[in-house]
Design a protein around this ligand. Sequence first.
Ligand SMILES: NC(=O)c1ccc[n+]([C@@H]2O[C@H](COP(=O)([O-])OP(=O)(O)OC[C@H]3O[C@@H](n4cnc5c(N)ncnc54)[C@H](O)[C@@H]3O)[C@@H](O)[C@H]2O)c1
Ligand SMILES: O=P(O)(O)OC[C@@H](O)[C@@H](O)[C@H](O)[C@H](O)CO
Length: 373
Amino acid sequence: MKAVHFGAGNIGRGFIGALLSRAGYEVIFADVNDAVITEINKRGEYTVTIASEQGGQEHVTGVRGLHSNHDEDALVKEIATADLITTAVGPAVLKFIAPTLAKGLKARAADAKPLDVIACENAIRATSMLKEYTKDQVSEDEWAEISHKTGFADAAVDRIVPNQKNEDILAVSVEPFFEWVVEKPSLKGDNTAIEGVTYVDDLIPFIERKLFTVNTGHALAAYFGYENGLTTIKEAMEDAEVYQKVQDGLNETKQVLVEEYGFDQSEHEAYITKIIGRFQNPYLSDEIVRVGRGPIRKLGFDDRLIKPARMLFDQGHVPTVLLQVIEAALHFDVADDTESQELQKLLKEKGKKETLIQVTGLQENHPLIQALI
Ligand SMILES: NC(=O)c1ccc[n+]([C@@H]2O[C@H](COP(=O)([O-])OP(=O)(O)OC[C@H]3O[C@@H](n4cnc5c(N)ncnc54)[C@H](O)[C@@H]3O)[C@@H](O)[C@H]2O)c1
Ligand SMILES: O=P(O)(O)OC[C@@H](O)[C@@H](O)[C@H](O)[C@H](O)CO
């Protein structure tokens, strides 16, 4: 079995590539980072270190790499003969990899087995987005052929993998916890029993539970921690004020999720407690600037801050801490985070109300906008 994985970054090497390799796939990483691709090809292996008291290492072997742009012809050939395509590049990059993916899918032999595409990004239905971008690249007839033999399965991925500061550019340090949930009915290839993957019939409750608990919680810690001048998520969780706001914010998303999906309240509280423990992991150094990255994306209509807040309004409740964290996200101003710089420029040029309307996609008269201006 062969998997082509776009994005040899933190989660690509630290989770998806490692899990697929362990499950018996030959893994080919595609990335635009020359140094990483060169090193993968030089060594064909790398090490994943588990950041916990017990520690431990996993040696990922038999991997290869291709540069997504410079080696496009070779990448197209690999896609044409692959069993599985996965991504972990960030939701905004999906449209840039779609042309290569489309070429690879078009190049498959008429008698090739069906394959699957799974985008492992923090966004609701990221694979469906990639499917639309891919469809835009081909004719109607080509799409009929491709979609007949290609499963596009949405997924949720959970493992905290900080930015790495190792001398070895391939080494990656990860938390022990991991969860990869895949929507099974969309699969068409032979990828229905990957060890370590949880298969579900309907992903939406799982992705929303993950995004509005792990990622909303992370955003609460990052944006309030940033306001308090802190550097890491661990430091933020040690700050009594930030800690309380993370708890209170997650109680608000708990209300949304329990009401919307009927999750058991006490099981959800245990889920929150476990996640807070993960944020406090003393063996992991995760920077606030990584977790808060891309504030415009994080303030998007369906993302971790706006969606649970607007769902609360829809359910007849009024959020408190979620409104405060949206306000805090507007103040995230990090020199090398392009979106935070764009956000600050928007705020200066258009003012708060217009900026909020633009980035959240909400109407001026929405109670969330009214509460914030
Ligand atoms: N790090 C985590 O804790 C974590 C956990 C779950 C999900 N995710 C999600 O996984 C995705 C990746 O996150 P990350 O933390 O690994 O980021 P990252 O920046 O470490 O990795 C992204 C990789 O994509 C590569 N890339 C950019 N453009 C590309 C292109 N055109 N073709 C191929 N590769 C390209 C980058 O060079 C980089 O190596 C995001 O959607 C993120 O939300 C991250
Ligand atoms: O990757 P982002 O920018 O969507 O969100 C930052 C973090 O919250 C995220 O990467 C988490 O570490 C991850 O989602 C844990 O599973």
